[in-house]
Ligand binder design. Structure first.
Ligand code: MN
Length: 135
């Protein structure tokens, strides 16, 4: 990405909260190859700490997390000053009807279904970032 004067613009910073190590490796490789900065957290509470410290531009939130699930974590982000404006995209293998609605009700901007399509993921992420008004 290049700015008005041709300088290379830094790409967005994405926080990925995911308990499955294979998915963490896969998604971080795909996003880093696209030039994104990626921070990983393997559970919700440590994701919240990382978000407070690093203020990512977008959070990719696995829904099936141990202890505190992605819906509850999204509600926590939405209730936390400073983190409440960061877009959250749910990532879930749940295919039950109503999951999309439940993600949106918890405060997610949208939903990406697992298994992750590595070819589509960069476009999906860019699309969610483009919808977010920059501060
Ligand atoms: Mn999981």
């Amino acid at each position: 990405m290049r700015g008005a004067r041709g300088q290379v613009m830094p790409k967005a910073h994405i926080l990925y909260i995911e308990d499955n190590p294979d998915n963490r490796i896969l998604v971080s490789r795909v996003l880093q190859a696209e030039g994104y900065t990626v921070t990983l957290a393997n559970d919700g509470p440590s994701g919240l700490v990382a978000a407070r410290q690093r203020r990512p531009d977008l959070v990719l939130m696995d829904i099936n997390l141990p202890e505190v699930d992605g819906y509850a974590m999204t509600e926590l982000f939405r209730a936390t000053p400073g983190l409440n404006v960061i877009p959250i995209v749910a990532l879930t293998a749940n295919v039950m009807k109503g999951d999309r609605e439940r993600s949106l009700a918890a405060g997610c901007s949208g939903y990406i279904q697992k298994p992750i399509d590595v070819d589509a993921l960069p476009y999906q992420i860019a699309d969610y970032l483009a919808r977010t008004p920059s501060a």
